[in-house]
Design a protein around this ligand. Structure first.
Ligand SMILES: Cc1ncc(COP(=O)(O)O)c(C=O)c1O
Ligand SMILES: N[C@@H](CCOP(=O)(O)O)C(=O)O
Length: 410
């Protein structure tokens, strides 16, 4: 792993060689998730705007110079990343603002942002010659791991709450994973998966402990900057569950700054569901720890009691002079409908939570009307049809008769 200089604990700052530690800081335990730190000085000549412009594939693998694996394994050829970034003209009109973009990460192969992490997780497992990979998940991390592992021919054990949306469970089953439906919450599924990985020696894909997965997630920021022709937005907005996605996006910006690819930084806005908001509570109270409350939100992907990458998320929010806001479930459903109707992008509840947060922060004037905003839609709406249906009016059924039709045409 020549490119990685060391791994650094988010809690105590201690550094480790990547050969010394696999998952988390041995001193701080599981709260001590690690950052992957590269030889940035050596990368400065290699990872440049010019180099990126030349003959690189339009996927996450174009950033291989700054990813923690040596190569893309030959078998791992699912297209991942380089998702579209749309100018959301109708959202701008609706909100009376100058500039909003939507990054549609539901366009990844298994339809969520998590594919960025799973691609790296599976590549890493192949490097380590692991025979089995496991993950705890609310559904998306799992379905994406299942898809990428299927592509590479690796076996997986997946731990999801039995209450996970049916479509996500269908993905796991169709990809051929060994699915363990846990009669409990995501937090309980996580604990069981952790114990199983220790007992059976499976490679654990959970971003909650595995430092390399966040490296895949950071690539969203590289893409945004290339797609915006290196004009840095004022705000990046995304939902927070465990906190890994937003930490990844922030790390991407920090690395671009460190390497001289950009000369200023965006602010990060995290959005949580009111029924699952431990990061917001800690942020408001200036704390560096999280108090458990039983999560209760329809946005299953961000339904988390203890955020496993919460410290990294808090750091992203604080370092960027950003913010975090809660939204109610009805606001998430409203955002699901509005996002689809104003952009054509159909996101799952956690995927469009960012839009609900943007609407709130514009009303509060925390985000100014002339600021440039990027919303990251992290998952596709087809993954949670039940929520989609509950967000809309019932269709009108009629007899196949033109006069009946006339009565209902608006
Ligand atoms: C669609 C979607 N959005 C947002 C998130 C939140 O990501 P994180 O748990 O890293 O904060 C997830 C996590 O599963 C997700 O699947
Ligand atoms: N809600 C997430 C939780 C785990 O995802 P990870 O990528 O942070 O490990 C999901 O299951 O999708």
């Amino acid at each position: 792993m020549a490119k990685v200089k060391y791994l650094q604990c988010v809690k105590c700052g201690k550094t480790y060689s990547p050969h010394e530690v696999m998952y988390y800081c041995p001193i701080c335990g599981i709260e001590g998730t690690l950052y992957v730190i590269y030889e940035y000085e050596k990368l400065k000549d290699k990872f440049t705007r010019q180099a990126l412009g030349k003959n690189r594939e339009y996927s996450l693998w174009r950033y291989l110079d700054i990813l923690p694996v040596e190569n893309r394994p030959e078998s791992l050829n699912l297209q991942v990343g380089w998702t579209p970034l749309y100018r959301a003209v109708q959202i701008q009109k609706e909100l009376g603002v100058d500039c909003v973009y939507v990054k549609d990460d539901g366009r990844n192969p298994t339809a969520s942002f998590k594919d960025r992490a799973s691609a790296i997780g599976v590549a890493k497992a192949i490097e380590l010659k692991s025979k089995v990979i496991c993950a705890a998940s609310t559904g998306n991390a799992a379905s994406s791991l299942s898809g990428f592992a299927a592509c590479a021919g690796i076996s997986t054990y997946i731990f999801v709450p039995a209450s996970a949306p049916e479509a996500k469970i269908a993905q796991l089953l169709i990809y051929g994973s060994n699915v363990v439906l846990v009669d409990g919450t995501y937090d309980e599924a996580f604990e069981l998966c952790l114990k199983a990985s220790e007992k059976f020696g499976w490679y654990n894909r959970s971003c909650a402990i595995n430092p390399y997965l966040l490296e895949g997630k950071k690539t969203v920021s590289f893409e945004i900057m290339e797609q915006l022709n290196w004009e840095v937005p004022d705000w990046i907005v995304m939902s927070i569950g465990d906190g890994c996605c937003i930490s990844g996006a922030w790390k991407g910006f920090k690395e671009m700054y460190e390497l001289g690819l950009i000369d200023r930084m965006p602010k990060m806005l995290g959005v949580q569901a009111s029924g699952s908001n431990p990061v917001n509570r800690a942020f408001r109270e200036g704390k560096n720890y999280f108090e458990y409350e039983k999560p209760d939100t329809l946005a299953d992907s961000i339904s988390v009691g203890i955020p496993r990458n919460g410290l990294k998320a808090l750091r992203a929010l604080r370092e960027s002079y950003g913010d975090v806001v809660d939204v109610e479930d009805y606001e998430i459903l409203e955002a699901m409908k509005l996002m689809a109707r104003l952009t054509g992008v159909f996101g799952e509840p956690a995927g469009v939570t960012c839009f609900a947060g943007l609407r709130k922060m514009i009303k509060k004037n925390r985000i100014k009307r002339d600021e440039k905003v990027v919303l990251i839609v992290t998952g596709n709406g087809l993954k949670d049809i039940k929520s989609a249906i509950s967000a809309v009016e019932k269709p009108i059924a009629i007899k196949p008769d033109i006069n009946e039709l006339k009565k209902i045409i608006k």
